[in-house]
Design a protein around this ligand. Structure first.
Ligand SMILES: [Zn+2]
Length: 183
């Protein structure tokens, strides 16, 4: 079993399962190896069940992304063109509405996030995997990143702008998570 121990300032032992199914234990400084292995032993059933759940979730996630193969340059280019055709009109529309326009728009095959924004450079990057989402969820991502051109964080001002430009943002976020089965 792959067990990683982190010693930290804590008063008790705790346990979680990492993305690859590894067992992550955090323990107070000075805990003996014996105490840690007893602790892991005692929770063996829980660990096994949690590992199965993790593996299943990772499988579902990789099945989801596998629907859009992006291994070759041609595949990526084709996806870029397709996404760009969907996204451009919204960028235009919301640039007018918001009074701010991205200076750079790039597309990448990122799985960890749908989009990102560099407020200072006015640069937006969108995931090609957005093509796997319903169009209104793609639109939501575009608006989310464009609002970041005005507000870098997710504070109150950010959310009030989302309410104004894309009132269904909460539903869209939930739908995006449901479709991509990301927690
Ligand atoms: Zn954000």
């Amino acid at each position: 079993m792959d067990i990683r121990v982190t010693m930290r300032r804590t008063s008790r032992l705790s346990l979680r399962i990492g993305k690859k199914g590894e067992v992550r234990v955090s323990a107070p400084y000075g805990t003996s190896e014996r105490t840690i292995s007893d602790f892991v032993e005692k929770h063996a059933d829980w660990i096994r069940r949690a590992q199965e759940r993790t593996l299943q979730r990772e499988q579902t996630r990789s099945d989801f992304f596998a629907q859009l193969p992006l291994q070759t340059r041609v595949q990526r280019q084709e996806a870029k063109d397709r996404l760009d055709a969907i996204v451009r009109p919204w960028i235009e529309h919301y640039s007018e509405q918001m009074g701010v326009r991205p200076q750079f728009l790039t597309y990448k095959a990122t799985r960890s996030r749908w989009g990102s924004c560099h407020t200072g450079r006015k640069a937006i990057c969108l995931s090609l995997y957005l093509l796997l989402l319903p169009e209104w969820c793609i639109e939501h991502t575009v608006v989310h990143e464009m609002v970041h051109l005005l507000v870098p964080n997710h504070g109150t001002r950010f959310h009030s702008l989302m309410d104004r430009f894309f009132p269904r943002w909460r539903e869209a976020r939930a739908e995006t998570r449901r479709v991509s089965r990301m927690e």
